[in-house]
Ligand binder design. Structure first.
Ligand SMILES: O=C(O)CCC(=O)C(=O)O
Ligand SMILES: [Fe+2]
Length: 168
């Protein structure tokens, strides 16, 4: 699967690919994940810039994002780019990245839903903190997902941008 997905995301050299993947299965709308940030020490996502690539397969589900300090976001960003909370609908084949310090400044969740049309699988690819090719603050490996990104949460600047496009 990585051979299909990573080049679309701009990562042609397998040496630059993420070295971990987490898979979640949501069998129905009763299965969910509550508000959290991906703050495992393995990834250091609250301390340094990281990147998480996320692929959604199967049923449509909601994905919500909220700022930890919404007042601060509102006071430091122009209204046109700042959002302190976001709702996005995952469709089959959508990809998203969470960039920079998203895990420090935001929490996310997949809420329970009453009417869901079947199971959904979510795969998230990450670089562990000790991985020498992991994206670093100020490093040369910039976000480069122009053809496939659905949403990019660039929380080092505490805003998110969105481009609707599915990769499948
Ligand atoms: O299913 C999703 O889209 C999100 C899953 C998630 O947040 C996680 O595994 O940490
Ligand atoms: Fe998460």
């Amino acid at each position: 699967m990585m051979h299909a997905i990573m080049p679309i995301c701009g990562f042609r050299d397998p040496h630059c690919w993420p070295n971990s993947c987490n898979l979640n299965l949501y069998e129905d709308g009763g299965m969910s994940v509550g508000w959290h940030s991906d703050d495992e020490s393995l990834f250091q996502g609250k301390l340094v810039d990281i990147r998480i690539l996320s692929l959604s397969l199967g049923a449509r589900r909601k994905f919500e994002l909220r700022a930890n300090w919404p007042e601060e976001a509102e006071s430091t960003q122009p209204k046109s780019v700042m959002l302190s909370a976001a709702l996005r609908i995952w469709r089959d084949g959508d990809m998203m990245t969470m960039e920079g310090m998203t895990q420090k400044h935001f929490q996310h969740r997949v809420p329970k839903e009453g009417h869901v049309d079947g199971p959904r699988i979510n795969l998230t690819w990450r670089w562990t903190a000790h991985d020498p090719v992991a994206p670093k603050a100020g490093g040369s490996q910039k976000a480069s997902l122009p053809r496939c990104q659905m949403s990019t949460f660039a929380a080092n600047q505490r805003f998110w941008v969105s481009a609707e496009k599915s990769i499948l």
